[in-house]
Design a protein around this ligand. Structure first.
Ligand code: UFG
Length: 327
C-alpha cells in the first residue's frame, strides 16, 4: 500500500514508518524537520515540507497518490500549549485543515490520526473509555478535540473514513536502538529522568506532590512506542478493510505515578540521581489511564512490552548512545 506519513521523521512517526516499511509498504514521509530528523526515516522517501505550505503539500500528495494518510505532524507539549495557544491551534488545527483539503481534492479517503488522552481533561472515571466526555484542560488537548470534530463532520459529508488514535503516554525506544526520542529539549518524564541520570541536568523536578493520588504525584499509562507502532499497523488494516470510522484509546490499562517512574528509572540505570519536589506544572491532570478494550477487541491488538522497566531500559540504551548505524 502507498502511505503518506506526515511527521514520519518524529519520535512516534519514525517507529511507525519502521513497522510499516518492514512489512513492505511504500511510504512517503512529509516532515518539516522542526523536531524530526532525516536519519530517523528508515524506510521510504522523505520530502521536507511544511503543512502550512498548502500548494506544496497538495502537489506532493497528488504526485504520490497514496491510498492512506497517517497524520502525526503536530505540536505535542501540554505546558507549552498553555503558554503559546495560537501556535497550537495554528499547527494542530489550521495545518490539519490544509491536509484534509488536499486529501479531499486528491481523492484520498483514509486517514489514521494521532489524537491524545489529553482530550479527556480530568476524567470522571478511571480507566477512561472513548465514550467519556471530552473536556480538555489545555490548548493541546483542545486542538485535538477540534480536529476530531472536523473528522467526524468530514466523514458524514464525504466517502472518507478515519481512525483517531488517542495516545496515552508514549515512551521507550526501538530495542534495536536505531531510533528513539531525540527532541532538542527533553520535557517528557522518562527522557528527562534518564538525561538527569546521565548528568545532562542537575536534578529532576517532580511537578506536584499534592495531587489526589496515593503518593500525591500524577499517574500516567506508559505505552512502549513499538506497541504503539503496532497499533497503527492494525488500525490501518482495520480501516482499509472497510470497517468505518472509529476512535480508539491506546494504552495498557494501568498506570504508574511520577514517583514510581523515578524509582524504576533509578533501578534500571543504577544511578541515584537528584530529585526535587516542586510546584505543579500547568495543564496536568492527576491521572490518565486507558480503557483500551475497543482497540483490543476490534483490531486484535495486544501489548508485547507491557513492562515499565523494559520501556525505561530501551530508552536508557538509546540515551546512552548505544544506537546502531542507520542506513
Ligand atoms: N513530570 C515531572 N517532571 C518532569 C516531566 C514530567 O514530574 O520533568 C510529570 C508531569 O507533571 C506529568 C507526568 O510526569 O504528571 C508525565 O509528564 P510528561 O511530560 O511525560 O507527559 P504528559 O502526561 O504531560 O503528556 C504526554 C504527552 C501528551 C499526551 C499525554 C497523554 O506529551 O501529548 O501524555 O497522557 F497528551
Amino acid at each position: 500500500m502507498r502511505i503518506f506519513v506526515t511527521g514520519g521523521a518524529g519520535y512516534i512517526g519514525s517507529h511507525v514508518v519502521k513497522a510499516l516499511g518492514s512489512l513492505g509498504h511504500e511510504i512517503l514521509v512529509y516532515d518539516n524537520l522542526s523536531t524530526g530528523h532525516s536519519w530517523a526515516v528508515l524506510y521510504g522517501r522523505l520530502v521536507q515540507g511544511d503543512l502550512a505550505n498548502a500548494p506544496f503539500l497538495e502537489a506532493t500528495l497528488a504526485a504520490f497518490r497514496p491510498e492512506a494518510v497517517i497524520h502525526f505532524a503536530a505540536s505535542i507539549q501540554v505546558e507549552e500549549s498553555v503558554r503559546e495557544p495560537l501556535n497550537y491551534y495554528g499547527n494542530n488545527v489550521a495545518n490539519t485543515l490544509n491536509l484534509l483539503a488536499a486529501m479531499d481534492r486528491c481523492g484520498v479517503r483514509n486517514l489514521v490520526y494521532s489524537s491524545t488522552a489529553a482530550v479527556y481533561g480530568i476524567p470522571e472515571t478511571i480507566p477512561v473509555s472513548e465514550t467519556a466526555p471530552l473536556s480538555p484542560i489545555n490548548p493541546y488537548g483542545a486542538s485535538k478535540v477540534m480536529v476530531e470534530g472536523i473528522l467526524r463532520d468530514l466523514a458524514k459529508a464525504r466517502p472518507f473514513c478515519y481512525i483517531a488514535l488517542r495516545y496515552f503516554n508514549v515512551a521507550g525506544a526501538d530495542p534495536e536502538c536505531r531510533i528513539g526520542q531525540a527532541y532538542a529539549e527533553a520535557t517528557h518524564l522518562i527522557t528527562r529522568a534518564l538525561k538527569t541520570a546521565k548528568g545532562e541536568y542537575e536534578s529532576l523536578s517532580i511537578y506536584g506532590t499534592d495531587y489526589p493520588t496515593p503518593d500525591g504525584t500524577c499517574i500516567r499509562d506508559y505505552i512502549h512506542v513499538n506497541d504503539l507502532a503496532d497499533v497503527h499497523v492494525r488500525a490501518l488494516e482495520h480501516l482499509m478493510a472497510g470497517n468505518g470510522s472509529d476512535v480508539m484509546n491506546c494504552g495498557y490499562g494501568h498506570g504508574f505515578s511520577v514517583k514510581e517512574v523515578v524509582a524504576a528509572a533509578k533501578r534500571v540505570t543504577g544511578i541515584d540521581f537528584p530529585v526535587l519536589e516542586t510546584d505543579r506544572r500547568a495543564g496536568d491532570p492527576p491521572a490518565l489511564i486507558a480503557d483500551s478494550a475497543r482497540l483490543r477487541n476490534k483490531t486484535g491488538w495486544a501489548p508485547r512490552h507491557d513492562d515499565l522497566e523494559f520501556i525505561i531500559r530501551t530508552a536508557w540504551e538509546w540515551e546512552k548512545g548505544n544506537r546502531k548505524e542507520n542506513r
